[in-house]
Design a protein around this ligand. Structure first.
Ligand SMILES: Cc1ncc(COP(=O)(O)O)c(C=O)c1O
Length: 176
């Protein structure tokens, strides 16, 4: 993520962020230290306070626009608040906020089929396992690989980040 120092360094955008009236960056940092687990790290000595997003841009508390080169985080690279995504999420939240996989729901199977239809012909990629997070996806991937191969060992890139769950952390060779 790169921060612009002067207006005009990024192409114009039609989006005007709302004025930010929440706690200051220092207050957020202090509250985080007091009330959130120390297990959470920011990866930055001087972390950004992100308060609004639109497409490829993120705004900080001072109204500075940043270009988000990852379009979110690597496990959710869909950009920020795309109007179509926002509309569908609003619609779904107003219809049914949460259910569980022990019941049936049309959207999960329709989405699975849409994804399968999108995969290359003959690839065999036709079955989905939806998860809530990148960490959970990695847990499932390791579980499936172990089940399929019968091997327990997993090779991971040094300094890679795989998430906050047990197997994901065990694969992560970096520290604070
Ligand atoms: C490469 C990568 N793997 C896994 C994760 C973990 O995802 P989550 O925070 O959704 O559990 C992240 C999150 O940033 C990630 O960037």
């Amino acid at each position: 993520m790169s921060t612009t120092k002067s207006a005009g360094a990024l192409p114009p955008t039609e989006h005007t962020p709302r004025p930010y009236a929440g706690p200051t960056r220092d207050e957020v940092l202090a509250l985080r230290r007091e009330y959130l687990t120390p297990g959470l790290i920011t990866y930055y000595r001087d972390p950004l306070l992100v308060v609004e997003g639109h497409m490829q841009y993120l705004w900080d508390d001072a109204g500075r626009r940043n270009l988000d080169g990852f379009a979110g985080i690597v496990s959710v690279s869909v950009g920020h608040c795309h109007p179509r995504v926002v509309e569908r999420v609003r619609e779904q939240l107003g219809t049914l906020q949460h259910t569980t996989t022990i019941y049936l729901h049309p959207t999960a199977v329709q989405f699975a089929k849409a994804l399968a239809d999108h995969m290359p012909e003959g690839s065999g990629l036709s079955v989905c396992d939806f998860t809530n997070s990148g960490s959970e996806a990695n847990e499932v991937a390791v579980l499936l690989a172990r089940e399929y191969t019968g091997n327990a060992e997993v090779i991971a890139l040094r300094n890679g980040y795989h998430g906050g769950t047990q197997a994901a952390m065990a694969l992560t060779a970096h520290s604070d």
